[in-house]
Design a protein around this ligand. Structure first.
Ligand SMILES: Cc1cc2nc3c(=O)[nH]c(=O)nc-3n(C[C@H](O)[C@H](O)[C@H](O)COP(=O)(O)O)c2cc1C
Length: 189
């Protein structure tokens, strides 16, 4: 049971062991609602998410996964996040916000899944071309993330190197490498 928000963030661990047990419609709906509530530039809501749950659709999604993401083949839900530049703010100096806002909404899916005691792991390791072809995605849209979602599976069923990774504790830079107080450090890396 999560008692505060930081606990929820600590609980979100991107393990790769995902059980094939089906997710019910209420869960799918909650994941959608969480992303729907995300902030976006001018409330443009540029995110588009394709939820793959039936076997035919899942099989199409699985074809796009890279070899390194074979662990995601067991997931009962694959989500494809996509967007295009003109759905969101296009400001001076190349500040195009569509991917930023797609990422914000993606994060909410991960957190909502965590709160529901699910595993949700985002992936860049997939073929956008295969997704575009399999789902007849209009050319201007860019599939930018896939998310594998499901109940936690059995780590012993993963390949040995992935078992070790799934059991390792999370690593992060020390706070003072990425966060600054009032002024920047003399040497920015
Ligand atoms: C944009 C992005 C792409 C990622 N791509 C992959 C991927 O293709 N395969 C994978 O197993 N994990 C992928 N991850 C998961 C990260 O490796 C993981 O979030 C990171 O190692 C930190 O671990 P944690 O999420 O458990 O804290 C990706 C995460 C993000 C945000």
């Amino acid at each position: 049971m999560v008692e505060n928000f930081l606990d929820l963030l600590h609980q979100r661990k991107a393990t790769r062991a995902i059980a094939s047990r089906e997710l019910n419609a209420e869960i799918i709906d909650k994941l959608m609602q969480a992303a729907q509530l995300s902030a976006s530039c001018f409330n443009n809501q540029p995110w588009r998410f394709l939820f793959l749950t039936d076997e035919i659709a899942l099989e199409k999604g699985r074809k796009a996964l890279s070899k390194g993401n074979s662990w995601a083949q067991t997931a009962p839900l694959l989500i494809v996040g996509f967007s295009k530049p003109d759905l969101d703010c296009q400001l001076s100096e190349n500040r195009n916000y569509y991917l930023f806002d797609l990422g914000m909404a993606t994060q909410l899916i991960l957190l909502q899944a965590t709160e529901l005691n699910l595993v949700a792991r985002p992936m860049a390791g997939f073929s956008p071309q295969i997704l575009k072809a399999e789902f007849s995605l209009p050319i201007e849209f860019e599939p930018f993330v896939m998310i594998a979602v499901g109940y936690e599976g059995n780590i012993s069923e993963l390949e040995p190197n992935l078992q070790a990774k799934s059991l390792a504790s999370r690593t992060r830079n020390p706070l003072n490498k990425n966060f600054f107080h009032n002024k920047l450090p003399e040497q920015m890396q």
